[in-house]
Design a protein around this ligand. Structure first.
Ligand SMILES: N[C@@H](CCC(=O)N[C@@H](CS)C(=O)NCC(=O)O)C(=O)O
Length: 220
């Protein structure tokens, strides 16, 4: 059965690969699973029909028969468990790849998202100028720790896994802010992820949505 995912009808990042359907698309491309996409406006995301898929009214979601999932990490792991290629077969290596997936989503991503929130939503607050360097300091601590563990390896634990997919997807959020450049080993790690053919296909598919929508609006 072909799964259906949800994505922004018009992504706030202008199709630069930051919306979290990107990680789900990438995982699907890695394992060669075709998929359908239901595009949603911000309004539709907050309607009951979508909240039945995701109680928080967000994208991405996953529908496959009567299975409905939300949370990009859970969806990527669901795909990884069902297809070869994103989780090692050996039990301990598999458990470590799951641990790296959680590290990406619950240890590395939160300070990055906090900084984005400060930049986009808290710029006018009197404490913004003081808070931003503090948030960036916390991110640099995490990046230094991650970089030390990665060392000269290509991927976090042997072969490329769901853990790398999620970690690269999280780190990509820092690309435009100049923070990644301070950690050349991680910048190279992200570049390796982006060079994967499956990543490129996912990126182009996501960007095409934005380009199509922009062209449609222009031609109205
Ligand atoms: N932890 C969730 C976060 C989902 C999330 O923040 N989605 C964003 C798009 S990347 C969204 O739907 N934003 C619109 C909103 O929250 O109203 C996941 O990883 O799936």
């Amino acid at each position: 059965m072909t799964p259906t995912i949800t994505a922004f009808e018009r992504s706030p990042d202008g199709g630069r690969g930051l919306a979290r359907d990107m990680r789900v698309r990438w995982a699907l491309e890695e394992v060669g699973q075709p998929y359908d996409v239901r595009l949603l406006s911000f309004g539709a995301m907050k309607e009951q029909a979508h909240r039945a898929r995701n109680p928080f009214g967000q994208i991405p979601t996953w529908e496959e028969g009567d299975l409905v999932l939300f949370e990009s990490g859970a969806i990527v792991l669901h795909i990884a468990k069902r297809h070869a290629g994103l989780l090692p077969a050996e039990a301990k290596a598999r458990a470590r790849a799951v641990a790296w997936s959680f590290a990406a989503i619950s240890t590395v991503e939160p300070p990055i998202v906090e900084r984005e929130t400060a930049i986009y939503l808290e710029r006018d607050r009197p404490w913004h100028a003081e808070r931003l360097p503090m948030l960036e300091g916390r991110i640099h601590v995490r990046l230094s720790e991650l970089s030390a563990r990665l060392g000269a390896a290509h991927w976090l634990d042997g072969a490329f896994s769901a853990g790398d997919l999620l970690m690269v997807a999280v780190l990509i959020r820092l690309k435009d802010g100049g923070m990644l450049e301070a950690h050349p080993g991680l910048a190279a790690y992200v570049a390796r992820g982006e060079a994967r053919p499956a990543y490129r296909r996912a990126f182009e598919a996501q960007r095409a949505v934005f380009a199509d929508r922009s062209n449609n609006l222009k031609s109205r």
